[in-house]
Ligand binder design. Structure first.
Ligand code: PLP
Length: 408
C-alpha cells in the first residue's frame, strides 16, 4: 500500500495515553522483549477474573462463558494472522508450543531424515527441533545467515535442503537485528523438497500485516505479549494438517482439533485479554471493514510509522564513531543490535538504565546469531526496539546517551 493511501494511524501521544505502564521518564526501547499493554486489555483480563468463569464443557453458564472466551481468542488470532479458528492452537508461550509440536512431528522422523534450522533464529525455533531431531536419530542442518549484511538468503536454505528434509524452521523476522527473510520463497523451496515449514512469527507479528497463506507457512507461531497483549502464545496451522498429527495428551482430554494440542486448563482471563488486544489493534486506524480487513490496514500503517522511526535510529547510531550496528538487512523490522567499542553491552545497558532508557543486552536468545557475530563470549550486544508507542524523542535520547558514552 503506498504511504499516502494508508489509513490514519492513531497519533502517538493519544496512543501512549492508553498505556498505564508508559511514563515520560522512561524511554521503553525494550519492546522486543515484550510490550506494555493498553488499559482496554488490562480491563479485559481483570474482567475475566471478575466474571464467573469455570472450566469448559460444563452444563452451567460460567462454563459457557469460558467456552466463549476460548472461541473468541481463537477467532481473534485467526484474524490477526489470516488463519482459521480451528487451526489456532493456544498455549502458554511460543517456546512451549514449539517444543510440543516438535515432539509431535518428530515421532515420524528417523535416521536419514533431515531438519533445517537457521542461525538467524531465536533459540526457541532452533533448540526444540534440534533436540527432537536428536531423539529421533535425524540430522540437523543449519542454514547460515550472512554476517556482513545480516540477510538470510533463500539460497542458504536451499543449499541444505534435500529429499530427506522433513521440516524447515525459519523466522519471519530476527528478534536481534530485525532481518525479514523471504519467507515465501523459503517455504516454497521447503515444500518442493517435501518438507513442512514452521515459521516463527513472534518478532514479526507486531511490525507488519501477517498472512499465513501468502507466507506459505505450514505453522506460524506468535506470542501476544509481543503485540501489547497478555503473556500467552499461539501456533496456527491448517486444521487439516493438525488432524493428521497425534500429540501427547491425557486420556480424558479432547481429541478434537485444535484442542488436542492444548495441555491442561487454559488461562481464561488471559485469553479474554487476547481478544481485547486484537480488537484494539484492529482499531488503530479509522479503516472500515471486518476485523481482518481493519487489522491488515492497521499493520500497514504501523509498518510505515515504524520504518520512519527506524531510519532515524539507524542514522543516529550509525553516525557515532565507535558504535557498530550488527547487520544492515534491506528488509527489516524496527529492531537494531549494536556494540560500543570499549564498553561491555551490560555496562552500556546499565548506564542507559541510569538515564531512564530501557534496552536489552546479551544474546536475547539469538544465541547462534551472536555466536556468528563473534559476540557470544563477550556479552552479546545492546538491542533497541522501536514499537508502536515509541517516540522520536525517545530515539533521540538513546542516540545522545550512546554518543556521550562512546565519548564522541
Ligand atoms: C523471535 C522470537 N521467537 C520466539 C520467542 C519465544 O517466545 P515465547 O516467550 O512466547 O516463548 C521470542 C521471545 O523473545 C522471540 O523474540
Amino acid at each position: 500500500m503506498p504511504t499516502e493511501a494508508l489509513p490514519q494511524l492513531l497519533p502517538t501521544d493519544r496512543l501512549r495515553a492508553q498505556f498505564p505502564g508508559l511514563t515520560p521518564e522512561v524511554a521503553a526501547l525494550d519492546g522486543a522483549g515484550g510490550t506494555q499493554a493498553p488499559q482496554t486489555v488490562i480491563d479485559a483480563v481483570a474482567e475475566g477474573l471478575v466474571t464467573a468463569m469455570s472450566n469448559v464443557g460444563g452444563a452451567f453458564p460460567a462454563s459457557d462463558v469460558s467456552g466463549r472466551v476460548v472461541a473468541d481468542a481463537r477467532s481473534a488470532i485467526a484474524d490477526l494472522v489470516g488463519g482459521v479458528s480451528k487451526g489456532v492452537v493456544l498455549g502458554p508461550s511460543m517456546t512451549t508450543l514449539t517444543f510440543r509440536i516438535a515432539d509431535t512431528l518428530s515421532r515420524t522422523w528417523g535416521p536419514g531424515d533431515e531438519v533445517v534450522v537457521t542461525s538467524l533464529d531465536h533459540d526457541a525455533n532452533i533448540r526444540p527441533w534440534w533436540l527432537a531431531a536428536e531423539r529421533a536419530g535425524a540430522t540437523v542442518r543449519i542454514a547460515e545467515f550472512d554476517v556482513e549484511s545480516g540477510e538470510l538468503p533463500v539460497e542458504s536454505v536451499e543449499r541444505v535442503l534435500s529429499d530427506r528434509t522433513r521440516l524447515v524452521a525459519v523466522t519471519a523476522a530476527s528478534n536481534a537485528i530485525g532481518t525479514r527473510p523471504d519467507v515465501r520463497a523459503i517455504c516454497d523451496a521447503t515444500h518442493s523438497a517435501g518438507g513442512l515449514a514452521y515459521v516463527d512469527g513472534v518478532h514479526s507479528t507486531r511490525h507488519v500485516p501477517t498472512d499465513l497463506t501468502a507466507l506459505g507457512a505450514d505453522f506460524y507461531a506468535c506470542s501476544s505479549y509481543k503485540f501489547c497483549g497478555p503473556h500467552t502464545g499461539a501456533a496456527i496451522a491448517d486444521p487439516a494438517l493438525l488432524e493428521e498429527l497425534r500429540p501427547a495428551k491425557l486420556v480424558p482430554a479432547t481429541d478434537d482439533v485444535p484442542g488436542r494440542f492444548e495441555q491442561g486448563t487454559p488461562p481464561f482471563e488471559l485469553l479474554a485479554g487476547v481478544r481485547a488486544t486484537v480488537d484494539w489493534l484492529a482499531g488503530l486506524t479509522d479503516a472500515p471493514g471486518d476485523r481482518r480487513t481493519r487489522l491488515v490496514a492497521a499493520f500497514a500503517a504501523v509498518e510505515a510509522r515504524l520504518q520512519g522511526l527506524l531510519g532515524r535510529l539507524v542514522a543516529g547510531l550509525g553516525a557515532i564513531d565507535g558504535v557498530r550496528l550488527l547487520g544492515a538487512p534491506r528488509l527489516r523490522t524496527s529492531t537494531v543490535s549494536f556494540v560500543v567499542d570499549g564498553h561491555s553491552p551490560s555496562a552500556v545497558a546499565d548506564r542507559l538504565a541510569g538515564k531512564g532508557i530501557a534496552v536489552w543486552d546479551g544474546d536475547n536468545y539469538a544465541h547462534e546469531l551472536m555466536d556468528r557475530f563473534g559476540l557470544a563470549e563477550t556479552g552479546g550486544a545492546i538491542r533497541a526496539a522501536i514499537v508502536l508507542y515509541t517516540t522520536d524523542e525517545e530515539i533521540d535520547r538513546l542516540v545522545a546517551a550512546v554518543a556521550a558514552l562512546a565519548g564522541r
